[in-house]
Design a protein around this ligand. Structure first.
Ligand SMILES: Cc1cc2nc3c(=O)[nH]c(=O)nc-3n(C[C@H](O)[C@H](O)[C@H](O)COP(=O)(O)OP(=O)(O)OC[C@H]3O[C@@H](n4cnc5c(N)ncnc54)[C@H](O)[C@@H]3O)c2cc1C
Length: 452
C-alpha cells in the first residue's frame, strides 16, 4: 500500500486541465506543466481544431466535476448531419430518434480556458505555463524542462496528458520490456481549416443546428458552428496524389477546386485562397500504446495514450472518459490507496476501449465522406431507425451507442458488427420485395441473438 498527496501532470490541454480539476477536488496537490503560454492571456491557437463536438461521454465527465452548467453557454446543439450532395441538394439526417440524441459544437479554446479557470480556483493547483518537459527520469522521479533556467521538478506520481507526441509515453516505452510498445499510423489524408463568417447581422449563413458535410467519396468538407455566427470548415483530403493538397498550390487551382466541388458553399468562404495558403495542413494519426503506466508512478491519459482520427468526434470525449474512470477509482487524498492497482486497472479498463474507438473512427471516415450519400446506407439507416423505435431495449444503432450512450466502446463495436450483418440481411430481404413488419423485426433480432 502506498500513499501520496501530490500528483504532477504534463500538458494542460483539454484532458490535463479536466484531470487537474478532478484530482484537486479530491484534495491532491496538483502541479501542472504546460509547454505553451497561458491561452487565456495570449492570443494563441488552442491547437488542432478551432471547435469540436462534445458528446455524452465528455458531458458525463464534466458533470462528474460539477461544471457542466458553466459549459452549457458555450454549446451549440447539432441535431444531425446536413449532407450537401453534388447536385447542391441538402439532406438533413438526424443523429437519433430521441430528442436527447444530439451532439454539441464547442470552441476548443473556450472549453480549455474554462477548465483552466475552474482548476485554478482551487488553492492546491499550480499551473506552470511555458514549461516544456523535455526529460522524464522515471527512476529518480524527476522532470526536466527545455528552458534550463527552470528548476527540475521532483514528483511523487506523474500523469502524461501531453498529447499525441507525449514525452512521458517515450519514457515509459524506454522502460518497457515489450519491443512494439507504441505504433503510430499516420493517415495519408490531412486537414485544413477555413471559415464562413457571420452575415451582416451577425447570424449564421447556413443552418446552425447541424454538422454540415460535403461528402465527395475520396475527400470531404465539414462545417461546425461557432457562437459568434461563424462556421469553421475543415477540408479532409489526401496529402498526395491526383486530387490532393499537393495539387492545390496556386490560387487558381484552389478556387477552381472549391467552385467545382463545393459550389453551394464556395461563395460563403471567407478569404478562401489566402486562408488556404496561410493555414497549416494538419496531420492525422492513430497512436496505439501497449503500456499505459509505469509501475505505480506514471500513467498516460488522453491523446498521449490513444490519439485517434477525428471522424467519430470522440478523441476528447474518450480522453474525458479516461478521466471519469480514473477519478472514480482514486480515493480522497490522505486515504489509503494502491496506486499500482489504480494505474493498472485504468490500463485494463481503458485500453481495449481506446483501441475500439480508434477503429470505429477510421471506419467513420468512409461513412462520412462516402456512405452518407449512398442509397444502401440510407436504406439501412432507415431500417435501424425502425428497429430502434420498435425495440428500444434491444436495438440501439452503433452511432448512438458511441455518441449518446455509456456502454464501453469495445462493446459498442462488438454489437455494431452484429448490427451490420443484421441490417445487410434485412436490406437484401427488402430489396427482394418484402416489407418489414414489427413481427419480422422481432424474428430478425432473435436470429441475430439480439433478443431472446
Ligand atoms: C481536426 C480535429 C478535429 C477534432 N474534433 C474532435 C471532436 O469533434 N470531438 C472530440 O471529442 N475530439 C476531437 N478531436 C480530438 C481532440 O482534439 C483530442 O482528442 C484532444 O485534444 C485530446 O486532448 P489531450 O488533452 O489529450 O491532448 P492535447 O489536446 O493534444 O493537449 C496536450 C497538451 O499538452 C501540451 N504538451 C505537449 N507536449 C508537452 C510537453 N513536452 N511539456 C508540456 N506540455 C506539453 C500541449 O501544448 C497541449 O496543451 C479532433 C482532433 C482534430 C485533429
Amino acid at each position: 500500500m502506498t500513499q501520496t498527496s501530490s500528483i504532477s501532470i504534463i500538458g494542460a490541454g483539454l484532458v490535463g486541465s479536466l484531470l487537474a480539476l478532478g484530482l484537486a477536488k479530491k484534495g491532491y496537490r496538483v502541479h501542472v506543466f504546460e509547454s505553451r503560454p497561458d491561452l487565456r492571456k495570449n492570443d494563441i491557437s488552442a491547437g488542432k481544431s478551432i471547435n469540436l463536438a462534445l458528446a455524452n461521454r465528455g458531458i458525463r465527465a464534466l458533470e462528474q466535476q460539477g461544471i457542466f452548467d458553466q459549459v452549457k453557454p458555450l454549446l451549440i446543439e447539432m441535431k444531425g448531419r446536413m449532407v450537401h450532395l453534388t447536385d447542391q441538394q441538402a439532406q438533413f439526417q438526424t443523429y437519433g430518434i430521441n430528442e436527447h440524441e444530439v451532439i454539441y459544437s464547442i470552441s476548443r479554446g473556450g472549453l480549455n480556458a474554462l477548465l483552466l479557470d475552474e482548476a485554478e480556483k482551487l488553492p492546491n493547483v499550480t499551473l506552470n505555463f511555458n514549461h516544456r518537459v523535455t526529460g522524464v527520469d522515471l527512476d529518480n522521479k524527476q522532470l526536466s524542462f527545455k528552458d534550463e533556467q527552470q528548476q527540475n521538478h521532483l514528483f511523487d506520481r506523474v500523469i502524461g496528458t501531453d498529447g499525441a507526441n507525449s514525452v512521458l509515453r517515450e519514457a515509459i516505452a524506454e522502460h518497457s520490456q515489450t519491443p512494439t510498445q507504441v505504433t503510430i499510423d499516420t493517415l495519408s489524408h490531412g486537414y485544413k481549416e477555413l471559415a464562413i463568417l457571420p452575415d451582416s447581422n451577425g447570424k449564421h449563413q447556413i443552418e446552425v443546428n447541424a454538422l454540415h458535410i460535403w461528402p465527395r467519396q475520396d475527400f470531404m468538407l465539414i462545417a461546425l458552428p461557432n457562437l459568434d455566427g461563424s462556421f469553421t470548415l475543415t477540408l479532409f483530403l489526401a496529402k498526395t496524389g491526383e486530387t490532393s493538397f499537393e495539387q492545390l498550390t496556386s490560387n487558381e487551382q484552389i478556387m477552381t477546386f472549391f467552385k467545382q466541388q463545393f459550389p453551394d458553399v464556395y461563395p460563403l468562404i471567407d478569404s478562401l485562397a489566402r486562408d488556404f495558403n496561410e493555414n497549416p495542413t494538419g496531420n492525422l494519426a492513430t497512436v496505439r500504446c501497449q503500456q499505459w503506466h509505469y509501475q505505480d508512478i506514471a500513467l498516460l491519459l488522453g491523446d498521449a495514450a490513444h490519439a485517434i482520427v477525428p471522424f467519430h468526434g470522440q478523441g476528447m470525449n474518450c480522453g474525458f472518459e479516461d478521466c471519469y474512470d480514473l477519478l472514480n477509482q482514486i480515493p480522497p487524498a490522505g486515504a489509503e490507496s494502491n496506486w499500482l492497482e489504480i494505474f493498472s486497472n485504468t490500463q485494463t479498463l481503458r485500453k481495449p476501449n481506446a483501441n475500439a474507438i480508434a477503429d470505429m473512427a477510421l471506419e467513420n471516415y468512409i461513412e462520412m465522406r462516402a456512405s452518407v450519400a449512398e442509397p444502401t446506407f440510407l436504406r439501412q439507416k432507415e431500417i435501424a431507425r425502425q428497429l430502434q423505435s420498435w425495440f428500444p431495449e434491444h436495438f440501439t444503432p452503433r452511432y448512438a451507442m458511441v455518441m449518446f450512450g455509456e456502454l464501453p466502446y469495445a462493446q459498442a463495436q462488438r454489437i455494431g458488427e452484429t448490427h451490420k450483418a443484421l441490417l445487410r440481411k434485412i436490406d437484401d430481404w427488402q430489396q427482394q420485395g418484402n416489407t418489414l413488419t414489427q413481427a419480422d423485426g422481432q424474428r430478425f433480432l432473435r436470429e441475430f441473438g439480439l433478443m431472446s
